[in-house]
Design a protein around this ligand. Structure first.
Ligand SMILES: C[S@@+](CC[C@H](N)C(=O)[O-])C[C@H]1O[C@@H](n2cnc3c(N)ncnc32)[C@H](O)[C@@H]1O
Length: 222
């Protein structure tokens, strides 16, 4: 899981640093390909790494949104640095206009389980996603039948800590086909190391487990 060499990225303080999950999704997007002229949505864009990758892969129109103003500034700057055109704006993926429709949706949302009441503002908004890690995963799954055009597809990063089976079921209930297309294992970083007790108590990891599996779900609208 390494960075695609061609993308040059800078980021404002507090913006999510692209890492294993970013590159796992970028690789899945490169493997899937972006249909020529496609309209692409990058839901939680951060530095814009995935939006820029989609543009490099041939997308005609790339919409990138993020709840963080600093992320949007970084994404615009990075698009310029890489000679790509994307439309980055601040907004929540929880409030996307119902009429939007896309050929490809890319999502690396916050998915890390955290104890109830944990701060989810500022830079922590990039990973904290409620006690089951599904604060954004459920709305994303629900929105796909509307956001995807026919024959469109979603590529979404997931951790095995936040119930992959539930996402697959939700997507299928929405009339999509859904499967895991790639995966990788990484050691716990500082965030997960700081909450192993919570994760063990919640039954989300085995006692002593200090690694997580990341994977990419692909869902197609037939
Ligand atoms: C895990 S980071 C991924 C960033 C980037 N896509 C990447 O792969 O490197 C998640 C991003 O989601 C953004 N975010 C959190 N809640 C959001 C929401 N409700 N709507 C849009 N973006 C959100 C965060 O600001 C953060 O930039």
């Amino acid at each position: 899981m390494g960075a695609p060499p061609a993308v040059r990225l800078v980021r404002s303080p507090g913006v999510y640093r692209p890492q294993s999950d970013t590159w796992l999704l970028a690789e899945a997007a490169m493997a899937a390909g972006v249909p020529p002229g496609a309209r692409v949505l990058d839901m939680c864009t951060g530095t814009g790494a995935l939006a820029i990758t989609a543009s490099m892969l041939g997308a005609r129109d790339v919409v990138a949104i993020d709840a963080s103003r600093r992320a949007v500034v970084s994404a615009r700057l990075n698009a310029w640095l890489n000679g790509q055109r994307i439309r980055a704006s601040r907004g929540s993926m929880l409030a996307l206009p119902a009429a939007s429709s896309f050929d490809v949706v890319l999502a690396n949302p916050p998915y890390v389980p955290c104890p109830a009441g944990t701060v989810t503002k500022g830079r922590r908004r990039a990973w904290n996603a409620g006690p089951d890690g599904r604060a954004l995963l459920d709305p994303i799954c629900r929105s796909m039948p509307v956001l995807l055009r026919r024959k469109g597809f979603l590529l979404m990063v997931h951790s095995t800590l936040s119930d992959v089976g539930k996402s697959l079921r939700r997507l299928r209930e929405g009339g999509l086909t859904a499967e895991v297309v790639s995966r990788g294992t990484i050691p716990f970083g500082p965030v997960l190391r700081s909450r192993t007790e919570f994760l063990e108590r919640a039954g989300l990891i085995e006692p002593g487990q200090r690694h997580e599996d990341l994977l990419v779900i692909r869902a197609d609208r037939p």
